[in-house]
Design a protein around this ligand. Structure first.
Ligand code: NA7
Length: 532
């Protein structure tokens, strides 16, 4: 097959890829998007498990690039379900006539930079050969699933599922003995709903997580009208906040106020629900003493919600609140009051093997009809590592990142010219509302491409010095917080052998400022090479 040439190849048709196509097409670029799935939507295409729902409110977890779209689309609930989000991204794709440039069922296997032409050669799983001046990796932060390497999975006689690769057809759990392995956000969302249908559920917990009630509800039409009337101002205000989200930030420090005031604040946050609990106090994620007050509050709630004190004790984390991503639930803790649900702590007695009839820990044997793995993702770098990406001197990205991911602004990697990552490691990404962060990145990349083309530049590459300085800064800011103190996926600690590096950059406003400065300076920290 002859090479097909494009200006830009985009890898992934989730929220980032879809917007990148729209934006770059608007600049007159020819764009091709490749998507491994049989539909668009990325994370929201794959994560179809019962209860899958966004933990950012729907009227924020949505695009803002089109005022008309923002006004026209009607979200129905405070937190949108996976099917509603998938409908939304499909609507956007059709509304902006994007589908024709998205090639589904096509995995990008390799992308190699050709130094003689300053173009990327891209090969796809269907034997396609393409080349493009630019490649945009819109591969998602939570798209490469983590299935622990248990021996014996092939021998299991029943059905098994991973939450991140859930089947499209409904699963009948009635009369089944079901094991759920994992108690992160995915486990915490699906356990209460699956439990309603099963004969018996056993939840295998390696570490308990803190979870805040969602208090999900239908959206009030008056509130929707009000929000839509001031959408631009609302969005602009969110951009000035650490998490790029409307969390109603309290500027007081927990350690500076009385115990009564702290409890009042936490009670009010618990009653309104969701991730804004993290914004209860300004020092919550920076000061261990402050954090302990929040942790104690939630621990008390767990003991109120769970009838059996021994089960409540097992569900109670000893760790730092927010260090692992805070979960947002509907009836999670109360589910353990059901007579058909049992909690098994595998922190000291790990799952060793999957057997034909169930699974074995080091000391016990269990029988099940169905296994549900809610065991998470190789976050932020996993999807990129699966692609054979080769930059200057044929150096692979895997080699460049063997000690941990290194990027300039989470947008570019030194030695990989004309390649951009959307919400890559080193950008605020997963510590923010992903949708506006995606739009911020795509807009920055589009401006950069327009500048490079306008100036007759053939190659733009981050300098190793600028990258090293950025990586050091990301680490320094991360180290000033409590985030690096637990074994989270933010650190890659959930994947055996993955270098332990705090990957996201903490704090959206200084990040956006830095990105603006770099662009305004004519791309300081990049080497721009003119056409030869
Ligand atoms: P997470 O948050 O990484 O949770 C995965 C869970 O699976 C977590 O409880 C893990 O325990 C558990 N796990 C992983 N491997 C094992 C083994 N081998 N044995 C037992 N338990 C295991 O992934 P999610 O999909 O829930 O959520 C990811 C993000 O998606 C979430 O943060 C939101 O941003 C949306 P551990 O805590 O590592 O001890």
């Amino acid at each position: 097959m002859a090479n097909q040439r494009y200006d830009v190849i985009v890898v992934g048709a989730g929220f980032a890829g879809v917007y990148a196509l729209h934006k770059l097409r608007g600049l007159g670029q020819t764009v091709r998007v490749f998507e491994a799935g049989s539909g668009i939507g990325g994370t929201w295409f794959w994560n179809r498990y019962p209860g899958a729902r966004c933990d950012i409110e729907s009227m924020e977890y949505s695009y803002q690039f089109s005022a008309e779209l923002q006004q026209d689309w009607e979200w129905t609930e405070r937190y949108a379900t996976q099917p509603e989000i998938l409908n939304y991204i499909n609507h956007v794709t059709d509304r902006f006539d994007l589908r024709g440039d998205i090639q589904l069922n096509t995995r990008v296997d390799s992308a190699h930079f050709d130094e003689s032409t300053n173009r990327w050669a891209v090969n796809t799983s269907d034997g396609g050969e393409f080349d493009a001046k630019y490649v945009i990796m819109a591969t998602g932060c939570l798209s490469s699933t983590n299935l622990p390497n248990f021996d014996g999975l092939d021998s299991f006689a029943g059905e098994w599922y991973h939450t991140g690769q859930w089947p499209h057809e409904p699963i009948d759990f009635s009369g089944k003995r079901v094991a759920v392995i994992g108690t992160g956000s995915s486990g915490i969302q699906c356990i209460p709903l699956i439990a309603e249908h099963v004969e018996q559920m056993t939840v295998f917990q390696r570490s308990p997580n803190f979870s805040i009630p969602a208090h999900n509800q239908p959206l009030d039409p008056d509130c929707v009208r009000e929000r839509k009337a001031s959408y631009p101002a609302f969005r602009a205000a969110n951009k000035e906040t650490a998490f790029h989200a409307n969390f109603d930030y309290n500027e007081a420090n927990a350690v500076d106020v009385s115990a009564e005031e702290r409890v009042r604040e936490y009670e009010s946050r618990w009653a309104s629900g969701g991730l804004p609990f993290l914004a209860s106090f300004a020092d919550l994620i920076f000061d261990a003493d402050a954090n302990a007050t929040a942790a104690d509050f939630i621990r008390g709630k767990i003991h109120e919600l769970v009838d059996d004190p021994a089960t409540a004790a097992l569900l109670t984390p000893t760790s730092v609140v927010g260090c692992k991503r805070l979960c947002v639930d509907t009836n999670y803790y109360a589910t353990f009051n059901r007579s058909n649900v049992t909690l098994v702590d595998v922190s000291d007695d790990p799952i060793k093997t999957i057997t034909r009839v169930g699974l074995n820990t080091a000391t016990r044997e269990y029988a099940f009809d169905t296994l549900v793995f809610a065991t998470g993702f190789d976050a932020m770098t996993g999807a990129l590592a699966k692609i054979d990406i080769q930059g200057l001197a044929a150096r692979t990205l895997q080699d460049a990142w063997k000690e941990g991911p290194k990027t300039y602004l989470g947008l570019a990697v030194a030695g990989f010219p004309n390649l951009f990552t959307v919400t890559g490691p080193g950008s605020p990404s997963v510590l923010t509302n992903m949708l506006p962060s995606i739009e911020h990145h795509v807009d920055w990349i589009a401006d950069c491409i327009a500048y490079v083309d306008r100036k007759g530049v053939a190659r733009i590459d981050a300098t190793p010095e600028a990258q090293d300085a950025w990586v050091a800064h990301v680490n320094e800011v991360g180290a000033s917080s409590l985030y690096p103190t637990c074994n989270s996926w933010y650190l890659g600690a959930n994947i055996p052998g993955k270098p332990r590096v705090f990957m996201p950059y903490l704090g959206f406003p200084p990040y956006a400022e830095k990105c603006r400065e770099v662009a305004d300076s004519g791309y300081d920290g990049f080497t721009l090479t003119a056409r030869g």
